[in-house]
Design a protein around this ligand. Structure first.
Ligand code: PBG
Length: 337
């Protein structure tokens, strides 16, 4: 409101007063970003001494397990609470039915065991559940006559979740978007004695074009070809439906719900947080990372400032935790401040 003061027609209420000094800006800051909010996704290669860059994700590397451990050590040192592991499945391990997903000695299980053995419970390990790294067609589920089968897929997902939990995963994160998977996986985990294993549901996962660089990184893009995931991932036009998905996943036993992608879907994060008040995660996906990095590498934006601003925006929207390829960079920036 603007009042006429005795000194003249000036505003009495001046929001700039609180903005004039660093100390007052700090006191009134409404949202904070901390290293405690970050989850760092990492890509795992087979072999040893292997380190491959990803063209569409500058600064992100695929690493064999031995080199991965050094990166996880950095994360532990910086206080990052959890990592998320994604395997780059060798081509000769991919099949139509993705059965490698349920192999207790597959690449991701090997990586989980190695991280767990070296670091104990000092860092959380998030393991993705979906068949796309393992199928020759790149779909997240079993395929018959060009259709992704729901209930048949659930059985494989349950096996996949159980081998990952047995390997030492702390959090099982189903990203497949099959109906009923949270309940089915919760039951399977409990029946196998893994009742303490957390479930982080990719509850509101959209059929997004922002996953492109991730599919390059794990090598599922060429498998998927012109195939799309629109029969199971959500339509970008949906908003109420995200709440419906979340309510089902919570009823089925999800401990944490996720929105993905991130920045284009902040409205969804806010609605979910307001409606359910449960632990809410957001995934700043590969395409978002690629956009920021390509602009930064051209000198068009300030990389460090944009990293922190984008992550803070997730917190402002209501996210409790953020999966981001910037996690380690952000942790370093936050530590320097
Ligand atoms: C696999 C999965 C995807 C991502 C995470 N898990 C890709 C997809 O659904 O096609 C995307 C992550 C990113 O883009 O950073 N189901």
């Amino acid at each position: 409101m603007t009042f006429i003061s005795s000194r003249g027609p000036y505003p009495v209420t001046r929001l700039r007063r609180l903005r004039q000094s660093e100390w007052s800006r700090k006191l009134v800051a409404e949202t904070a970003l901390s290293v405690n909010d970050l989850i760092w996704p990492l890509f795992v290669l087979s072999g040893s001494g292997e380190r491959q860059s990803v063209d569409s994700l500058p600064g992100v590397f695929r690493l064999s397990v031995d080199l991965l451990l050094a990166e996880v050590a950095r994360a532990v040192d910086m206080g990052i609470p959890a990592i998320a592991l994604f395997p780059v499945t060798p081509l000769d391990r991919k099949t139509e039915d993705g059965r490698e997903a349920a192999n207790p000695d597959n690449l991701v299980c090997t990586a989980i065991k190695a991280v767990r053995q070296r670091f104990g419970d000092s860092i959380g390990i998030v393991a993705d559940v979906a068949l796309d790294p393992y199928t020759t067609h790149g779909q997240d589920g079993l395929l018959a006559d060009g259709r992704v089968l729901n209930d048949e897929t659930l059985e494989v997902l349950c096996q996949q979740a159980c081998v990952q939990a047995a390997a030492g995963a702390s959090v099982i994160a189903p990203s497949d978007m099959m109906d009923g998977r949270i309940g089915a996986i919760r039951q399977a985990l409990d029946a196998a004695g893994h009742y303490q294993t957390l479930l982080m549901s990719y509850a509101a996962k959209y059929a997004s074009a922002f996953y492109g660089p991730f599919r390059d990184a794990v090598g599922s893009k060429s498998s998927l070809g012109s195939g799309s995931k629109q029969t199971y991932q959500m339509d970008p036009s949906a908003s109420d439906e995200a709440l419906h998905e979340v309510s089902l996943d919570l009823a089925e036993g999800a401990d944490i719900v996720m929105v993905k992608p991130g920045l284009p879907y902040l409205d969804i994060v806010r609605r979910i947080k307001d409606e359910f008040s449960v632990p809410t995660a957001v995934y700043q996906v590969s395409g978002e990372y690629a956009m920021l990095m390509s602009a930064a590498n051209n000198g068009w934006i300030d990389r460090d400032a944009c990293i922190l601003e984008s992550l803070l925006a997730f917190r402002r929207a209501g996210a409790d935790m953020i999966l981001s390829y910037f996690a380690i960079a952000a942790a370093e920036l936050l530590a320097d401040r």
